[in-house]
Design a protein around this ligand. Structure first.
Ligand code: CU
Length: 165
């Protein structure tokens, strides 16, 4: 009997959530059903492909040969939220780019005074390096926390590219 009672309560709670979802949705009837289902899912924040945090340098491609000395870099992540440092949210991270330098000590804040290292502390996911010299370059992306210390375990991606033929 206890389980029946509990089950009844859960059903009542689920019904209440559904009612709230329907009320707050305010969309057309055809849109409300999927919204209500999403709201009733136990952990709606967890997307199916979310695993440990990972960062990817989407552009340039690894091994790319680029004509322009101005190189656009775009980044993507999964498993963690990128946000401005100014928001002060511990669970988020921000991007760093190391161009032609090794990653600095993993237990120390990423240096802010090295022109070869870019902090993207405003939460952006793209950066343009201007006037790169011809020849090979190595780019390393590293996620770090609010204190600019690389996440542990390290979350990074590395590519090599070349400017000019
Ligand atoms: Cu930083």
């Amino acid at each position: 009997m206890k389980s029946n009672t509990l089950s009844g309560r859960l059903t009542a709670v689920a019904g209440l959530s559904l009612a709230i979802a329907l009320t707050s949705c305010g969309g057309q009837a055809s849109d409300e059903a999927p919204s209500a289902e999403t709201a009733a899912t136990p952990s709606p924040a967890a997307a199916p492909d979310e695993g440990p945090p990972a960062v990817t340098i989407d552009s340039p491609a690894d091994g790319a040969v680029l004509e322009s000395a101005n190189v656009d870099v775009t980044l993507s992540v999964r498993g963690i939220e990128i946000a401005p440092v100014a928001e002060g949210r511990m669970e988020t991270a921000h991007h760093h780019l190391f161009l032609d330098v090794e990653v600095t000590s993993l237990d120390q804040p990423v240096p802010q005074d090295n022109p070869q290292i870019v902090h993207m502390g405003d939460g952006r996911s793209s950066h343009t390096f201007e006037g790169l010299g011809p020849g090979p370059h190595r780019l390393i992306a590293v996620l770090a926390d609010l204190g600019h210390v690389p996440l542990s375990p390290l979350v990074s991606d590395t590519i090599d590219f070349r400017v000019g033929g």
